[in-house]
Design a protein around this ligand. Structure first.
Ligand SMILES: Cc1cc2nc3c(=O)[nH]c(=O)nc-3n(C[C@H](O)[C@H](O)[C@H](O)COP(=O)(O)O)c2cc1C
Length: 144
C-alpha cells in the first residue's frame, strides 16, 4: 500500500486549504494520506512516502517561508527521490510565481519526479475552480 504525505506551511490558511483539497483528491483514489504542518514534520516522513506534496506560499521577496519551510526543504537535498512522485503547491498574491519556478528547479536538482512541472499556484484564497484543481492534482499524484 502506497503512503502519501502532504507537508505544508501556511500563515493565513490559503495554502492549508490547498493542502486539504489535494488530500481529498489522493484519498478519493483509496490511498492513505497524512497532512502535516511543516512545524510537525520530519525527514523520515518524506523518506517513507511514495507520494509527496509540499506546499508553501510565496513569502519574503519570492522565497519560501524562512523559519520552518526553507530549512525543511534544504534538509531534503540528500533524500533519494527515485520511485517517489512529488507535487509542489502554494498561494501567492502580487508576484508572478517566481518563488514557485525557483522551487521547482530546486526540487528537480534534488532528483524529484514532479507530476506537475509548473507547480500548482493559486492567487490568495482558492475559489471553487482552484479547489477542484487541487483535488485533480491529488488524483494525479495517486495514479500509477
Ligand atoms: C511577509 C509576507 C511576504 C509575502 N511575499 C510575497 C511575495 O514575494 N510574492 C507574492 O506573490 N506574494 C507574497 N505574499 C503574499 C502571500 O503569498 C499570500 O498572502 C498568500 O495567500 C499567503 O498564503 P497562506 O494563507 O497560506 O499563508 C507575502 C505575504 C507575506 C505576509
Amino acid at each position: 500500500m502506497k503512503k502519501a504525505t502532504i507537508i505544508y506551511w501556511s500563515g493565513t490558511g490559503n495554502t492549508e486549504m490547498m493542502a486539504n483539497a489535494i488530500a481529498e483528491g489522493v484519498k478519493s483514489s483509496g490511498i492513505d494520506v497524512e497532512v502535516v504542518r511543516v512545524e510537525n514534520a520530519n525527514k523520515d516522513m518524506v523518506i517513507n512516502s511514495e507520494i509527496l506534496a509540499f506546499g508553501c506560499p510565496s513569502m519574503g521577496a519570492e522565497v519560501l517561508e524562512e523559519e520552518f519551510m526553507e530549512p525543511f526543504i534544504e534538509s531534503l537535498s540528500d533524500v533519494d527521490f527515485s520511485g517517489k512522485k512529488v507535487a509542489l503547491f502554494g498561494s501567492y498574491d502580487w508576484g508572478d510565481g517566481e518563488w514557485m519556478r525557483n522551487w521547482v528547479a530546486r526540487m528537480k536538482e534534488y532528483g524529484a519526479n514532479l507530476v506537475d512541472e509548473e507547480g500548482l499556484i493559486i492567487r490568495l484564497t482558492p475559489d471553487e475552480e482552484g479547489i477542484n484543481n487541487c483535488k485533480a492534482l491529488g488524483e494525479r499524484l495517486a495514479k500509477e
